[in-house]
Design a binder for this molecule. Structure first.
Ligand SMILES: *Cc1c(COP(=O)(O)O)cnc(C)c1O
Length: 409
């Protein structure tokens, strides 16, 4: 049993108990109608989630990984293409690229936002690619493969800096697929458009995950593709359903990647609360920043640029001796996470890519020092003060330790 003072990293029980009756009635209505796949629960969720993101189309699929793969394939990424993404992300981003038959290439992240650094993207496109001919498009100088798409990841609930990324994409005729799996409702101020844009509405297509711990989570696996492009939407609908346009008429070979009705019904119920939950996360972030301000240089707090309105899927701080701080908090019964401890380019799964330590130094530095503190809408002010208190306690104890070391030397 959890001790009463335990503060979990996230809370998947309270939000469902609060909505218990509505959620159970979703299951009951599926039992009574026998509609387990497709139907109005799916359509209603797709319509309202499209509205929430400010896009014309939402296609429910079985997971965020499926959403990424279908979004890439549906947007025109072909086998053999090179697709650019960041090494500081969950492996699903890269898996989806490989599973679409494309080759992953990494662009390092910005040291303050932890998402794709547009300057490094530009450097890659200019120095390592060439425009052979208008027809051939952009190709990698090294492998001669066509470079066709960029997948910026809206990490920790904050969008990537999209204006410069979209501008480069337009210049080199590249497809942009947003990985919005951690950013339901995050907003980006586009100077180019003179307005706030919602995550999932800026690329040719975007992928969302509704894995239970995400800001909008199912009671199981689920995901969605959003897009303003009717043709992309049509292709994604086929891809998720064995390539069929109607039953047993298979235009292409597809996948079994549908979102089932019960999960869609559950997501539809929870979607109504998402704006309120996101507001709570933002308020908790403000409170964390205030409580932790006195830590000074010893603790790097999340950076929210003026173009960003984040939804704090995670509250990520950066600290030397991260592992010791994590242990210290764990001893105080406070749960934390590390997103992510091993950059993708150094994962065993990608050893054949031939990368080595030092290739993406910003990501590697983050991997050593980032720590995600407890963050969920139901978190209380008392719980939050306790987390902050323990973090500050660790930092001042560490400082004392350093002082005594100096004395001994
Ligand atoms: C969760 C996540 C995914 C994958 O989503 P699943 O639903 O688990 O398949 C992809 N990218 C990022 C950044 C994620 O956080």
């Amino acid at each position: 049993m959890n001790s009463p003072t335990e503060i979990p990293f996230l809370d998947l029980v309270s939000p469902h108990l609060e909505l218990r009756e509505e959620l159970v009635s979703v299951f009951q209505s599926a039992l009574e109608t026998g509609r387990f796949v497709g139907g109005s629960m799916l359509e209603n969720f797709e319509r309202d989630f499209a509205d929430f993101c400010g896009v014309r189309n939402c296609i429910g699929v079985a997971s965020g990984t499926d959403a990424l793969r279908f979004a890439l394939m549906g947007s025109g990424v072909n086998p053999g293409d090179i697709v650019l993404t960041v090494p500081n992300t969950f492996i699903a981003t890269a898996e989806a690229i490989s599973q679409a038959g494309a080759h992953v290439e990494f662009i390092d992240v910005d040291s303050r936002t932890y998402s794709m650094d547009p300057a490094k993207l530009e450097e890659y496109l200019e120095a390592r690619c060439s425009l052979e001919s208008a027809a051939a498009g952009l190709v990698s100088k090294k492998s001669k493969r066509p470079v066709t798409a960029i997948v910026p990841v809206h990490l920790y609930g904050q969008t990537a800096d999209m204006d410069p990324i979209l501008e480069l994409a337009a210049k080199y005729n590249l497809i942009v697929v947003e990985d919005a799996c951690q950013a339901h409702g995050a907003r980006y101020f586009s100077t180019k458009n003179g307005q706030w844009m919602t995550a999932g509405s800026m690329g040719r297509a975007a992928a969302f995950s509704f894995y239970p711990g995400k800001n909008l989570g199912a009671c199981g696996e689920a995901g969605a593709v959003t897009t303003n492009d009717a043709e992309v939407a049509r292709k994604v609908r086929m891809l998720r359903d064995h390539g069929q346009i109607r039953k047993y008429y298979h235009q292409i070979e597809g996948y079994n990647g549908r979102l089932d009705s019960i999960q869609a019904g559950i997501l539809h119920v929870k979607l109504r609360f998402l704006p309120e939950w996101n507001e709570k996360r933002r308020a908790l972030a403000v409170a964390y920043n205030e409580l932790l301000a006195e830590a000074g240089d010893g603790l790097v707090l999340p950076f929210e640029p003026s173009w960003s309105e984040g939804v704090y899927h995670l509250f990520v701080v950066r600290v030397q001796d991260r592992d010791q701080l994590q242990q210290y908090l764990s001893d105080a019964h406070i749960g934390t996470g590390i997103h992510y401890p091993i950059p993708l380019h150094l994962q065993q799964a990608y050893s054949s890519f031939g990368f080595k330590e030092g290739d993406f130094p910003v990501t590697e530095g983050a991997a050593r020092e980032v720590l995600s503190l407890p963050m969920y809408p139901q978190m209380s002010a008392d719980q939050q003060s306790e987390v902050a208190e323990k973090v500050l306690e660790f930092l001042s104890a560490r400082e004392m330790g350093e002082v005594s070391l100096h004395v001994r030397a």
